[in-house]
Design a protein around this ligand. Structure first.
Ligand code: CDP
Ligand code: CDP
Length: 225
């Protein structure tokens, strides 16, 4: 079996990228890397240490002190920031509100892209994010660009956050997604854009099983090679 297949999944906020990526990794026995979790963990570090996003020396110093790792247990993936499991905290709104500003910083992107490329070396890997098919793995065998109706995306994310954030409103979630999509598509450094050779997957009306079947049909020919 080919052992260096890269599947790059990019797209807007909360359109099902990580749900699809995790399901694919389980089904195909590929390694899954959530690149968004890396930007979220860096953001959490910046918030905790009051890093000034205009101060490049402070940012370089902070990046030097940030060590990120992924661990898998019982098919669940955890991300650690300097050995601390931050998988839950990085999903909270205080991180979501700042992450796109942190992810727009050139030095932050350079450091993350380097680590992501290292993680993908000589492995079958599925990585999701915003610049995976365009910058991190421009030669990926399969590139998917995911999208869905913004209202549906906000409703899905709202349902996900409500149990741990009982005061959250649908409007707040919708605004966060819209604002991040705007920042992510208009930033100077590696803006979110569809790679020319990426397949569009609009899952507004698709179940998780249907999107999984769609993706597998595009990956299987490379596994058979
Ligand atoms: O899961 P959700 O779509 O809400 O976001 P995420 O994948 O966790 O990514 C959080 C943020 O990190 C995005 O809104 C982007 O600003 C940034 N990001 C990025 O710039 N490049 C990536 N490859 C992945 C995420
Ligand atoms: O990774 P990304 O931010 O793109 O999205 P996600 O976290 O995978 O998905 C956001 C929410 O949409 C999750 O609660 C998924 O269970 C849900 N979802 C869905 O209901 N139907 C789909 N076809 C895909 C995702």
């Amino acid at each position: 079996m080919n052992n260096n297949i890269v599947v790059a999944i990019d797209g807007y906020s909360s359109c099902g990228k990580s749900t699809l990526a995790k399901a694919l990794a389980k089904e195909l026995h590929f390694i899954y890397v959530d690149s968004g979790a890396m930007y979220r963990a860096v953001t959490l570090y910046f918030l905790r240490h009051n890093i000034d996003l205009e101060d490049h020396a402070q940012i370089a110093d902070a990046l030097h002190n940030i060590h990120l790792n992924f661990h898998t247990q019982n098919h669940k993936t955890f991300i650690t920031l300097n050995e601390e499991d931050v998988s839950e905290e990085i999903r909270q709104m205080h991180v979501a509100d700042k992450v796109s500003s942190v992810a727009a910083i050139k030095e932050v992107r350079a450091a993350m892209v380097r680590q992501q490329q290292r993680l993908g070396r000589s492995k079958n890997i599925i990585m999701d994010g915003r610049d995976i098919g365009t910058v991190v793995f421009p030669d990926a065998q399969v590139k998917l660009f995911m999208t869905a109706d913004p209202k549906i995306r906000a409703e899905r994310r709202y349902k996900e956050l409500l149990p741990t954030n009982p005061n959250i409103t649908l409007e707040e979630v919708f605004d966060n997604l819209a604002h991040r999509d705007y920042q992510d598509t208009t930033r100077e450094e590696s803006p979110l854009t569809r790679a020319e050779d990426a397949i569009i997957l609009d899952n507004t009306d698709l179940s998780q099983d249907e999107q999984l079947m769609f993706a597998i049909s595009h990956i299987e020919p490379f596994i058979a090679e």
